[in-house]
Every structure is written in C-alpha cells, then in structure tokens.
Design a protein. Structure first.
Length: 109
C-alpha cells in the first residue's frame, strides 16, 4: 500500500506531539506535584542547585526545559533525517520522568 510522504510526516508530527504531552504529564506535572507533596511532608530536594533556588525556581527551570524540548522536537521534525533521534530523545526523557516520579513517591528509596 502506498502512503504519501506528507501523510507519514503528519502522522509523525502528531505522534511526537502526543509523546510531548506524555512528557508534560510525567516529567513536568508529575515531578512538580510529587516534589511539592514531598516538601510539604518534611522531605527535602536532593539536588543542591534546585534546593538553593527553591520550589518556585524549580518551576521556572522545568518550564524553561520543557520549552527547549518542544523547540528541539519541532526543529528535528523539519529535518527528516533525524526522525529516529526524536524517538530516542523522547524515550530518554520519558524514562527519566518516570524514574523521578517513582523516586519522589518513595519507590526507589
């Protein structure tokens, strides 16, 4: 079956946007919520730099990071030869986000 390159490109862009939404869910919101709950219950921030700037600083840093990831994904989508690298980057961020959330809730303590 013949599928045009335009349809493949659109499907890949939609797939990457869905993955970015999952990254937002786990890495951004999941980490921020579990960090906030942990700090409210007497926990501490393990990263010394993030502990120094405080929780609101963590929100700013994570927001900046997510904007950079979105721009990077958008840039790589325009370069068709980097399609595989987008998946590697998204997978690594998802794995790190899940690990961070699980670590915050005490699964790896």
């Amino acid at each position: 079956m013949f599928i045009s390159h335009d349809v493949k490109d659109i499907c890949m862009e939609v797939k990457n946007k869905i993955y970015f939404a999952i990254i937002l869910l786990f890495f951004y919101f999941g980490d921020l919520i579990t960090t906030y709950v942990g700090l409210q219950n007497g926990g501490y921030e393990g990263n010394t730099i993030l502990a120094f700037i405080g929780f609101y600083g963590v929100i700013v840093v994570k927001t900046f990071y997510m904007i950079m990831v979105l721009f990077f994904i958008s840039y790589l989508e325009k370069k068709k030869e980097y399609a595989q690298e987008i998946g590697v980057m998204i997978g690594a961020i998802l794995a790190f986000g899940l690990f961070t959330v699980f670590n915050n809730i005490g699964l790896y303590s």
